[in-house]
Design a protein around this ligand. Sequence first.
Ligand SMILES: *Cc1c(COP(=O)(O)O)cnc(C)c1O
Length: 369
Amino acid sequence: MSIQDRVTNGVRGLQPYQPGKPVEELERELGISGIIKLASNENPKGASPLVAGALKTALSDLARYPDGSGFSLKSKLARFLGIRPNQITLGNGSNDVLEIITRCFAGPGQGVVISEHAFAVYYLAAKSVDAHIAIAPARQYGHDLKAMREAIGSDTKLVFIANPNNPTGTHLTSAQLLAFLEDIPKDTLVVLDEAYVEYAADLDHEDGLTFLDRFPNLIVTRTFSKAYGIAALRVGYAVASEDVTDILNRVRQPFNVNALALVAAEAALEDQHFVAQSVLENKNGLERLIVACTEMGIESIPSAANFICVRVGPHAQKVYDAMLRMGVIVRPVANYGLPEHLRITIGTPQENERLIETLRSALLECRVN
Ligand SMILES: *Cc1c(COP(=O)(O)O)cnc(C)c1O
């Protein structure tokens, strides 16, 4: 039997996650500099200056293992969120947490429900444990909770909901979520991924944490990779009932969040002014891009996040390639079932202007050819 035959059923069908193209890679390929990347929904402002200060101090103690329980960060988070520390599971990015949850609650042949056009990691995590994946059709590019409810069967263990969703930017209201939680079986776990919750705060969006007391089957995940601007360091977390948290922590690797990441996240959490400023600048940038797209005659999906999904047409891959040659990296989303769209992260005001000019030129080029 070959090594290829030994691979488990779930892993056999997997394709690696496709991240946004790194700036360094495009630099190498094209031999140009001044490239901008608006492809991974990172914070264009970087992180709070408090983060660099905290990291500098922590650099003097790299020989020691981190605090495996993350006591200090969890205490701060609990206070900030109005929950108890033993409701928190820390992760090496929220991707880590999503995988831990899947391993704890879904196994071969068991049901996992996700939406069409949803964040790719849910599928990858579920597939890797050989779960049976039901994909509910989207409605106007967003999660259709009615269709997701219908996709839940007697074997369904887990449901993933991203709010706002990536790559579409679509958003569900609190009322919709609440109705869904009330309607589904009490023993079906719901993962509510709130990676972009900070950006949606002024919409009709009561955050998922407020539902936790009423729904012990709910797990809310958050990240420091987006509005907090420390994607490089990989910190995310889940908030759930104490019982669920106890289960998740059995599977979590002892030191899954490194020492630099722990102190950086604490510092980032302290600077809520930075987060608020990031959210405000994002809103302005998003509006600017929407206006520009309308001028160019391009539809965009209404976004509640720090990116926008725009419909450039059947030649989307060509437009993407043309933009790359002009030094602007965005994200094709054909692998999300959106072959005519590109996903663009909101940048700084200067980056947004460059993006708009580049998109305009790329569209012209692709329409001429
Ligand atoms: C970016 C993102 C995450 C966060 O990933 P990290 O591992 O925390 O960096 C989670 N969910 C969605 C929907 C995302 O877009």
